[in-house]
Ligand binder design. Sequence first.
Ligand code: ITT
Length: 210
Amino acid sequence: MTLDRPLVIATRNQGKISEFRELLKDFDIEIKSLEDFGPLPEVEEDGQTFEDNAVKKARFAARILGMPALADDSGLVVKALGGLPGVHSARYAGDSADDLANNRKLLEAMRGVKDREASFVCVIAIAVPRGPALIYEATCNGIIAEEMKGSGGFGYDPVFYYPPLGKTFAEMSREEKNRVSHRGKAMAELKKEFDKVLIWLRQRLEEEPF
Ligand code: ITT
């Protein structure tokens, strides 16, 4: 089963792009990301939930590129912070914040806090330009570390300690992280059904030529 056009991973986040390329490497489809298309209009991520934002990103990319698109909206939900940074994870320390600034702000907010439980959440949406989207969601539970550790991964990986393996996400290889992470688990669900998803995409693309 294949597609007559590429599947676009609707992100410019290099960390996500390389994780998705690894996760989809066994399928006979051409994968592109927004990085392959040069400057494009930006979608406003103003949804109240991960699902709203994931669908918005997937549909927007599908519409402007005329191709099926897969988008991921994800973030870190910290119990003691009432769920923050949550859907605001990418911009926790400000609109142009980088990963380091976000991690520093989080460690500062968590200084002296005993309850350090947190979960990573990932919602994946697959869409064509019009009509419904497919949704896959998964979480991964862990602990906010006292300090950053490790140099792999991206985003909050250096501060997300995963007790079953005794290390932070940033101390894991990509394969190791994909086996247990929120994104890896959501993708495992999607991969189980991927042949059916490709049939669904083909039908939708035939019904709605664009
Ligand atoms: P796109 O919207 O283009 O996909 P983004 O980086 O803005 O890229 P999100 O809006 O989904 O992505 O924000 C998710 C943020 O949550 C991301 O910037 C990271 O800081 C964090 N995050 C998500 N998944 C993560 C992971 O596996 N490891 C570490 N941090 C992660």
